[in-house]
Design a protein around this ligand. Structure first.
Ligand code: G
Ligand code: G
Ligand code: MN
Ligand code: NA
Length: 252
């Protein structure tokens, strides 16, 4: 297919780039870190959305190579921010295919050491899908966790994993899917569900990130209910690294 063909050149021709969405401490509004989100600017097709090319990269196996490019680039950028005294944490999305790689931990460790990043600044985002192979997932999560890299469960609530997954695994962060946040102000049952998830985070000892916050009302609800972190267009869309610096300087 046309996109698949182009994707092979995308890496070599520098057509891939990352944008970064702030992750905010809800109580203070301070930017705690950023999530790296992949973009592809095709020379003819223009900007191809990740929802179109990531599935193709996964089917063709190219996601591994692309995934390591993302890891390198995001860690490199984070070190650049650190050298200008911007103390940001970095979150990276890892595809379930990449997660199957038995050497994933080693590869992550290599990149962290190459750029001399404190591993505590790196957060790996995975979806509930990876729990299908529970033993393998557990081993990798444990290795990352022991090394100091944190693991977040992305899009939580949309998969089929049970609460026991969160209880038995070394998961450090849970991101409540935006389909829930969308209705926290308008639907009472969604509001209680989200409150329960926040409580659960407190008792099981992982932080909660609310995704897809688009309104002030939603942010107030989450603040009142002691949710720790938030992301969404209300705070900022994904932006260039330069824009991240501007956003932080404007705040201080
Ligand atoms: O910005 P948004 O349109 O950025 O992202 C769409 C989807 O693509 C999301 O599900 C997001 O997790 C996924 N995505 C964005 N960047 C990456 C990446 O670097 N690797 C993987 N595996 N998925 C990504
Ligand atoms: O699957 P994951 O959570 O990694 O991807 C995040 C996706 O959500 C990206 O496509 C990102 O651009 C998008 N996103 C971030 N904030 C908002 C928001 O406030 N509203 C909506 N609709 N999408 C958002
Ligand atoms: Mn994510
Ligand atoms: Na998500």
């Amino acid at each position: 297919r046309r996109i698949e063909f182009g994707l092979k050149e995308a890496l070599a021709d520098n057509e891939l780039f990352l944008v970064y969405q702030p992750k905010v401490e809800i109580q203070t509004g301070n930017i705690y870190g950023v999530e790296a989100l992949l973009r592809w600017k095709h020379p003819i097709l223009g900007l191809v959305p990740p929802n179109e090319f990531i599935p193709i990269a996964e089917e063709s196996g190219m996601i591994n190579e692309i995934g390591y490019w993302v890891l390198h680039e995001a860690v490199r950028q984070t070190k650049e921010w650190h050298s200008s005294n911007l103390d940001l944490h970095i979150s990276i999305n890892v595809s379930p295919i990449q997660f199957e790689d038995p050497y994933l931990f080693k590869r992550v460790q290599n990149v962290v050491e190459l750029y001399d990043l404190d591993p505590n600044y790196l957060i790996i985002e995975i979806t509930e899908t990876v729990m299908k192979n529970e033993e393998h997932a557990n081993r990798i999560i444990r290795e990352l966790h022991d090394y100091g890299v944190r693991v977040a469960i992305d899009d939580f609530g949309t998969g089929y994993s049970s609460l026991s997954v969160l209880n038995n695994m070394f998961v450090d962060m849970v991101k409540i899917d935006k389909s829930f946040i969308e209705h926290i102000v308008s639907k009472a049952n969604t509001a209680s569900l989200v409150k329960t998830m926040i409580q659960m985070g407190k008792s099981l000892n992982f932080s909660i990130v609310a995704e897809g916050i688009e309104s002030k009302e939603q942010s107030i609800f989450l603040k009142d209910n002691h949710c720790q972190f938030g992301q969404g267009y209300y705070y900022s869309r994904p932006v260039t690294p330069e824009k991240i610096v501007d956003l932080i300087n404007k705040k201080t």
